[in-house]
Design a protein around this ligand. Sequence first.
Ligand SMILES: NC(=O)c1ccc[n+]([C@@H]2O[C@H](COP(=O)([O-])OP(=O)(O)OC[C@H]3O[C@@H](n4cnc5c(N)ncnc54)[C@H](OP(=O)(O)O)[C@@H]3O)[C@@H](O)[C@H]2O)c1
Length: 296
Amino acid sequence: MTETQKNTAEDRKNAPESRQSATDAPVLVLGATGKTGRRIVPRLRAAGHTVRAASRSGETRFDWNERSTWAPVLSGVRALYLVAPEDPDPVVDFVAQAAAAGVRRFVVLSGRGTHVSGEAFLPGMARAERAVEEAGVDWTVIRANNFAQNFSEDFFHAPLLAGRLALPVGDTPEPFVDVEDIADVAVALLTQDGHTRRVYELSGPRALTYAEAVAEIAAASGRPMRYEPITPEQFRAELTAADVPDAFAEELTALFVFVEEGHLSPVATGVREVLGREARDFTEYVKAAAAAGAWR
Ligand SMILES: NC(=O)c1ccc[n+]([C@@H]2O[C@H](COP(=O)([O-])OP(=O)(O)OC[C@H]3O[C@@H](n4cnc5c(N)ncnc54)[C@H](OP(=O)(O)O)[C@@H]3O)[C@@H](O)[C@H]2O)c1
C-alpha cells in the first residue's frame, strides 16, 4: 500500500469531515513506532493530515545512520517531528538537509533541564535543539519530564514486573508526564501557527516520589512491587551486571543523578499553555494502564 493509500484509508475511517482543512504535503514523524510517535501518527491522520511515519522498522524506512534514507523521507514534507538519535552526530546535517528540502516547521522532543545538562548525557536532544535554532527554520521545542509510560512501556517496566525498581533518585519527587499529553501537544505544535521559537516544558500536574508512583502501580495492579533507593555506584553496577554497555550505563546514571538533584521536580505548565487544559494525572494513567493489562 502506498503512503497516499494508507492515509486515505485512515482518513476515511477516522475523520472524513476534517479532510478539507488539511493540506496534502505530508507531516514527517520520526520515531514513529516509539512511545510518542505511535500516538502522534494516528492523531494527525484522524485530523485529516497526510503523515509519513518513519523509523527503521516502520511504514517508511528511515535510519539516522544510513544517510541514503534521508532524502526520500524528506521529499515534499512541510512539518517534521524530530525524535533525536542516541548518537548526536547526524542531527545537524539532517536538519540542514531537511531545511534545504523545504521543511519549514520542526518540532523537537527534548527533556526537562536540557538547558542545564547540555550534552552531559543523552546528548542527541541538546544537539537537536541547537541544530534547529541555528538552521533558520521555524522550530518549537518540547522539554518533557520522565514519561509516566516508562513504568509500563519502557525501562521501568521489567523491573516492576520483577517486583523491584531500584534507582539513584532518593525521595526526590517528579511530575511524570503522560505520553498522551505529549502527543496532543505535538500535534498542536505541528499543525497550528503561533508556536514558533517557543520552548514548552511538559509535566504532569503533580510531583510524586518514585516510591509513591510504584506504590500506586502496585495497588492498581495487585502485584507486589517496591521502589528501592540506591547509590549511583550501585545503579551503575546493576546496569553493568545486566549487560548494559558501559557508555550507556554512565549516561543513565548521570540522568538519574540529575533527577535526584531536583532539576525535574517543579510542575511545568506547557500542557495548559498549548492545549488550554490541565495535564493528565498519574493516577489516571495508572488506572488506564492497569485496566489494559500493563502489569498483569
Ligand atoms: N522516556 C522518557 O521519559 C523521556 C523523557 C524526555 C525525553 N525523552 C526523549 O524521547 C526520545 C525518545 O522518544 P520516544 O520515547 O517517543 O521513542 P522510543 O519509544 O524511545 O522509541 C525510539 C524510536 O526511535 C526509532 N529509532 C531508534 N533508532 C533509530 C535509528 N537509528 N534511526 C531511525 N529511527 C530510530 C525507533 O524505531 P525503530 O526501532 O523502528 O527504528 C522508535 O520509533 C529520546 O530522545 C529521549 O531522550 C524521553
